[in-house]
Design a protein around this ligand. Structure first.
Ligand SMILES: [Cu+2]
Length: 287
């Protein structure tokens, strides 16, 4: 990691200016270069370092920290329910079966097309032999990235593998950075950021339904919401730490570690009235 970054676009002054220009986006610029970037995480439940021993963000490899993601399925059919199955295998070749519960689950499976569309967050179940399975239906053809996000022996690991969905695939351009996203009657505003040490920043999301502030978000996965952040280009999987307890409340906050300059897609999931609301945002981190 070179240099510290911070969210600049969230700064109050910048946001005030943003009123004049729609879609000013979220910019993150460098400041205090040379700061100690080894500061600990504020969030609970995570013990992994921001980078692995070789300086790579998580999610880029099928093997990391001595653990491998071994898929039983490498293709799926668009619009057709598939049983996705995989195992996590240790260096000794043995299938891992003792996982820690993290964010309420022992295994989180994130699937997204490589152009950062078609996001799905699934919770597979493990068979006695250590095989994880979950139904999965890709919406459209294309190459997808599958992330297995879990913790084993107190260490958080995210492994990634591709999944092919044959057919004529389009390629969606990443939407421009924006502070507002919507899903059905819900509108979510991304705002506020305190500068953190190193390359971390705090993000706050406020949810409205039909124009009314939602004050009673329900707990989801051990927090007030769940956030996945992926880097455009290589789909590096960012470390994200929820800053709110699993208590009802109005907004949901996270601390995000940016591995460097580039554009990122954030997928926010909150629970309200018993349903999961998913919105996504593009954030630009400047060099
Ligand atoms: Cu999950």
């Amino acid at each position: 990691m070179t240099g510290a970054t911070r969210i600049a676009g969230f700064a109050a002054g910048v946001v005030a200016v943003a009123g004049a220009a729609a879609a000013v986006g979220l910019a993150v610029g460098p400041i205090d270069r040379g700061h100690d970037t080894s500061a600990g995480h504020g969030g609970a439940g995570h013990t992994a370092a921001a980078m692995d021993d070789h300086g790579s963000p998580p999610g880029l490899a099928v093997t990391q920290d001595g653990l491998s993601l071994v898929p039983a399925v490498r293709t799926a059919v668009a619009g057709t329910a598939t049983q996705y199955a995989f195992r996590i295998v240790g260096e000794d070749g043995e299938t891992v079966r003792d996982f820690d519960v993290e964010h309420d689950r022992a295994m989180h499976l994130i699937v997204v097309r490589r152009d950062l569309t078609g996001f799905q967050h699934l919770h597979p179940r493990m068979d006695a032999d250590g095989t994880w399975r979950t139904p999965f239906t890709p919406d459209a053809p294309g190459t997808y990235r599958v992330f297995a996000d879990f913790s084993h022996e107190g260490r958080s690991t995210t492994l990634g593998v591709d999944l092919g969905v044959p057919g004529a695939a389009g390629h969606a351009e990443l939407p421009a950075p924006a502070e507002v996203a919507s899903a059905g009657p819900y509108t979510v505003r991304l705002q506020g950021s305190a500068v953190q040490r190193g390359a971390e920043s705090d993000l706050a999301f406020q949810v409205s339904r039909d124009g009314e502030r939602v004050e009673d978000l329900q707990p989801y996965l051990g927090a007030r919401g769940h956030l996945v952040a992926l880097r455009e280009g290589d789909l590096a999987f960012l470390h994200v730490h929820p800053l709110d307890d699993a208590t009802p409340g109005p907004s949901v906050r996270f601390r995000v570690e940016w591995p460097g300059a580039g554009r990122y897609r954030l997928f926010l999931q909150v629970r309200h009235d018993g349903r999961i609301v998913t919105t996504s945002f593009t954030v630009e981190v400047r060099a």
